[in-house]
Write a new protein. Sequence first.
Length: 317
Amino acid sequence: MAEAAADPTAQWRIAWPRTDFSQTAVDLAEIRSGGPGKDGIPAIDLARFVPLDEYRGAAGDEPVIGVTIGGEARAYPLRILVWHEIVNDELGGVPIAVTYCPLCNTSVVFDRRLDDLVLDFGTTGKLRHSDLIMYDGPTESWWQQYSGEAIVGELAGKRLKILPSRLESLDEFRARAPQGTVLVPNDPNFRNYGANPYVGYDRSAVPFLYGGALPRGIEPMMRVVAVGDTAWTLPLVREAGELRQEGLELRWRGGQRSALDSAQIAEGRAVGTVAVTRGGADVPHVVTFAFAFFAFNPDGVLHTPEGPLRQADAGRR
């Protein structure tokens, strides 16, 4: 009995009989329940879109995930993604997964093609480092949303290609893609779209459902902009207006509201937008919280107004 209790997969196998728990890329002890079960937060598979000039949903300063592929542009409002977390879609002929994890504020867009497979994704109801763990339909392997790495199952160790995207305001998306389209709910009454179920979360002292170490010398919930294992705090980019480092250009502008602040996303405080480019082309990046950056990049460096901060220097609380 004690052995079964120590093995988390003994319980997981009931809901996940197709998942190969003998193949893992992480310590399974780091995985915990987020509350909902498998598909308890339902992904969107048959997405509906309307042209920008017909859209009457989000306010202009509300956050969207803007994606452009093959000359086609779409905006995925967080007022919808906060309730669904994953949209399985196709844009410019490329199968994509548009994902958002509210607990880490991570918006990541993936190419759903892997070797000879085209994957579709759902939510497991599990978290690792407070970040969404997805699963794929063909093998029911588990995937880390932050990195796009398969961490459990037949595909453990594989990685999805991350595509460039922007977490920006609807008005910013409209300005750069006036012919674009916008995701709308399949059923407007299915959820309270526009409401924030995580009221005040990004003003919390500590993250929710997180059991890892917290960085010292910076607030865990400080927004940072990360490219791989290098990141910059939002205040640093905001103060500079524009930063050039390691061949990257980071530019800040105001106007975008937080989706994780007020009860209504349209009333969230302004946090602004950061665009990350190299030679004029968008670079895959993530706007996340400091705790999540260090959790997934323990050897990374975070640039702050006071200078660079490393996990080795930060120590443990």
